[in-house]
Ligand binder design. Structure first.
Ligand SMILES: [Zn+2]
Length: 317
């Protein structure tokens, strides 16, 4: 009897040892910390990634799906495209300014890493002096608050007044039905803690907010959408907000709009203008949904479209 039991268990033990040897080290399955550091004149720029969001771009872009799928294939991509969500931390030397804050928990579990990446990058949320919001969609304002508390306790938050009037408006929330309510609830839970603390200041006109950072209204994506121009020692970075969402499609053909725009016609005109000037002047651009680290240059492709050239990887020196 003992022999009969021993024999099969010995075989199983041998099999287990073999399986363990073949399995090797377990896969780590997490990404490197999502921050990227560079300089712009005297300023230090840190791109902060919040994670990625899967976007079924062939459904959302305003052109036939087969055209989108062909453009994606040229970039070795398939829909849904894992789309970066980024914020930009600018240390001017006298002010620490964050532009956009990611989604936190508003857009699901693949996002919400911006604050931990900010900490990994060597800063603390309480050091942030000013936060400028490109527009009040959840993936840009969500990181401002957690459980209705301010995540950046010492920061003044600024965003376009037209967006504040629209998204922080209880009457608009009451009128909305179903999922459309989220469009208002997200901004409200994120920004109202700052409003209550007297730390929200709407931007009413194009202006210099701190030395070296200016706001420019271009309201097609949302009514009060703003791009921010960062400039130091003659070097310039223009943060385009959501003037584009799908880099593998919209640089080559900036005429393609997306369903997320409140006025796609205006948004398209703004995108074309932004790309044309960036290509002409040769300055650096950044945008929330460019692939992390979301910085690069634009040049014309000779056919009325553009090519995005991501930055070379560099170490701070
Ligand atoms: Zn967005």
């Amino acid at each position: 009897m003992s022999k009969r039991i021993l024999k099969p268990s010995a075989v199983i033990a041998a099999l287990l040892i073999t399986a363990a040897a073949q399995a090797g080290a377990p896969m780590a399955r997490f990404q490197a910390p999502g921050f990227y550091r560079t300089t712009l004149g005297d300023f230090e720029i840190t791109v902060l990634n919040d994670g990625t969001l899967d976007i079924p771009v062939e459904k959302e872009l305003k052109q036939p799906p087969d055209k989108t799928n062909a453009a994606l294939a040229k970039a070795f991509l398939k829909s849904p495209v894992q789309t970066s969500v980024n914020g930009f931390l600018i240390n001017t030397g006298s002010k620490l300014v964050l532009i956009d804050t990611g989604a936190a928990s508003l857009f699901g579990p693949t996002l919400g890493q911006l604050v931990s990446n900010l900490k990994m990058s060597g800063y603390k949320p309480e050091q942030v002096d000013e936060i400028y919001i490109t527009h009040m969609h959840g993936d840009h304002v969500g990181g401002l608050a957690s459980n209705e508390q301010r995540v950046f306790p010492n920061a003044i938050v600024r965003a376009g007044k037209l967006d504040a009037d629209y998204y922080l408006n209880q009457a608009n929330l009451d009128k909305a039905t179903g999922q459309a309510k989220d469009d208002f609830q997200g901004p409200m839970v994120s920004i109202n803690p700052y409003v209550k603390a007297g730390k929200f200041q709407p931007i009413v006109a194009n202006s210099e907010l701190v030395p070296g950072i200016k706001s420019y209204f271009n309201g097609g994506h949302t009514p009060g959408h703003i791009t921010y121009v960062v400039e130091s020692k003659g070097q310039k970075l223009v943060l385009l907000g959501d003037l584009l969402h799908v880099q593998s499609v919209q640089f080559e053909n900036p005429n393609v709009g997306i369903a997320f725009d409140s006025d796609s016609k205006v948004a398209t005109a703004e995108r074309k203008e932004a790309f044309a000037v960036a290509a002409k002047e040769g300055y650096l651009i950044g945008a929330a949904h460019l692939s992390f680290p979301a910085l690069g240059h634009v040049r014309g492709n000779g056919k009325g479209g553009y090519v995005f050239v991501p930055v070379n990887y560099t170490q701070p020196r």
